[in-house]
Ligand binder design. Structure first.
Ligand code: GDP
Ligand code: MG
Length: 334
C-alpha cells in the first residue's frame, strides 16, 4: 500500500484469494501433459505436488501484498500516526497484520507437510491435494475480519494529505465560516466550497510563497462548539493538525453567526493548544457596519496578533498581500 493521490486501495477478501490461487494453478499446472517417460502414478503425483506448490505460493504472495506495503506504524510521522489512531484501534490493527503474517507461515508449513505426505504415498496424491486446498481455504477464511480492518486502516492513511515541513498555519472556525474560500484565495488551492456546512471532511493543504520561502496553510473540517471529549472523528482532525503541525492558528469568525458561540470555541481551543493567532472576521458584506462593530466589541477580550474584517469573495490584491504578510510574520517568529 503506497501513498499516492489515487484513492483506490485494493485488499482482497478471503474468497478472492482462494479463487485467484485456484485459477493460477489451473493456468499453470493443468496444461502440463505426460510425455510418457514416467509411469502414470508418478506423473499424477508430480502434478498434484506442483498444484500444492503453486497454490500455496499464490496465496502467500497475495498475503505478502497485504502486509508488506503497510507502513511501520511506529515510524510514521506524529501527525499521520495521530490521524490513524483517531480512526482505528492500534491493537486491533497490529493483531490483524500479525494474523495475516502468521497465516502465511502456517500455509508454508502445511505445504511442506503435504508434499512430504505425497512422497510417502504417491497413490493418495489427488486426495491429499484436495485435503490441502480445503485446509488452506478454511485458514484463509478466518482472515476476513483482519483483512477488512487492514483495509480501513489503509484508507485512513491514504486519506491524509501529504503534509510538508514548511512553517504551518491551521485554519479553524465553525462550519461555513469561509475557511476553504480563504485557503483558496491565499494559496491558490482549489478546495471545494459549498454554501452548506461540512463540505470539508478532511484536512486540506495549501501552500503559498513569500520572498522565496514556502509556507503551509491547512484547511480543517468545521468545528462545532461542544465538549472536546465529544468531538467526532472529523472534528478531532483539526485538533491533531493544531497540535502536531501548527505554528499558528487562523480563526475564521463568521459575522453572520452567533458571536458568543464562536468566542467560546476560540477560548476553548486556545486553552487546549496554546498558539499565537490571527482572526479573520468574514462576511462583512452581509452585515451593517454597526452590526460589525457590535460583533467585534463582544470579542474585545480575545487578543489576536492581528485581525481583518473581510468579504472573502471580493478580496483585493492588497488585502491578500496584507493577510499573507501577517501570517508569514507569525510563522517566521522564533
Ligand atoms: N457573502 C459572503 N459569503 C462568504 C464569505 N466567505 C465565505 N462565504 C460563503 O460562505 C459559504 C461557505 O464557505 P466555505 O469557504 O466553504 O466555508 P467553510 O465551511 O468554513 O470551509 C460559501 O458559499 C462562501 O462563498 C464572505 O466573506 N462573504
Ligand atoms: Mg470547507
Amino acid at each position: 500500500m503506497t501513498k499516492t493521490n489515487n484513492d483506490s486501495i485494493y485488499i482482497p477478501k478471503a474468497k478472492e484469494i482462494i479463487d485467484n490461487a485456484i485459477k493460477k494453478v489451473k493456468d499453470e499446472v493443468d496444461k502440463i501433459e505426460n510425455d510418457n517417460r514416467v509411469a502414470k502414478h508418478f506423473f499424477i503425483a508430480d502434478k498434484e505436488k506442483k498444484r500444492i506448490y503453486h497454490f500455496a505460493d499464490e496465496v502467500k504472495t497475495t498475503l505478502e501484498g497485504v502486509v508488506k506495503p503497510f507502513p511501520n506504524i511506529d515510524k510514521l510521522k506524529d501527525v499521520y500516526k495521530e490521524l490513524l489512531l483517531n480512526e482505528i484501534d492500534l491493537e486491533t490493527l497490529k493483531k490483524s497484520l500479525s494474523h495475516v503474517a502468521k497465516t502465511k507461515f502456517l500455509i508454508n508449513s502445511l505445504k511442506n507437510n503435504y508434499i512430504q505426505k505425497i512422497r510417502t504415498n504417491l497413490k493418495a496424491a489427488p486426495k491429499l491435494r484436495t485435503e490441502f486446498y480445503g485446509r488452506v481455504q478454511s485458514i484463509v477464511k478466518k482472515l476476513d475480519p483482519s483483512l477488512s480492518y487492514i483495509l480501513i486502516a489503509s484508507r485512513t492513511i491514504r486519506k491524509a494529505p501529504s503534509f510538508k515541513d514548511y512553517p504551518t498555519a491551521v485554519l479553524v472556525g465553525i462550519p461555513n465560516s469561509g475557511k476553504s474560500t480563504f485557503l483558496n484565495k491565499i494559496t491558490g488551492s482549489k478546495v471545494e466550497i459549498r454554501d452548506y456546512a461540512f463540505t470539508t471532511k478532511r484536512l486540506q493543504v495549501g501552500l503559498y510563497e513569500q520572498r522565496y520561502e514556502k509556507y503551509q496553510v491547512i484547511d480543517s473540517p468545521g468545528l462545532l462548539v461542544r465538549d472536546f471529549s465529544k468531538l467526532n472523528i472529523i472534528e478531532k482532525q483539526t485538533i491533531i493538525a493544531l497540535e502536531k503541525l501548527a505554528k499558528a492558528a487562523i480563526f475564521l469568525i463568521d459575522l453572520t453567526e452567533d458571536a458568543d458561540k464562536q468566542k467560546k470555541l476560540i477560548s476553548k481551543l486556545l486553552a487546549k493548544v496554546n498558539k499565537e493567532f490571527i482572526i479573520i472576521y468574514t462576511k462583512k458584506d452581509m452585515m451593517l457596519p454597526r452590526e460589525v462593530d457590535d460583533f467585534k466589541a463582544s470579542f474585545k477580550e480575545i487578543k489576536p496578533q492581528k485581525d481583518f474584517t473581510l468579504d472573502l469573495n471580493h478580496l483585493s490584491e492588497k488585502d491578500i498581500e496584507e493577510i499573507t504578510e501577517a501570517i508569514t510574520k507569525l510563522l517566521k517568529k522564533q
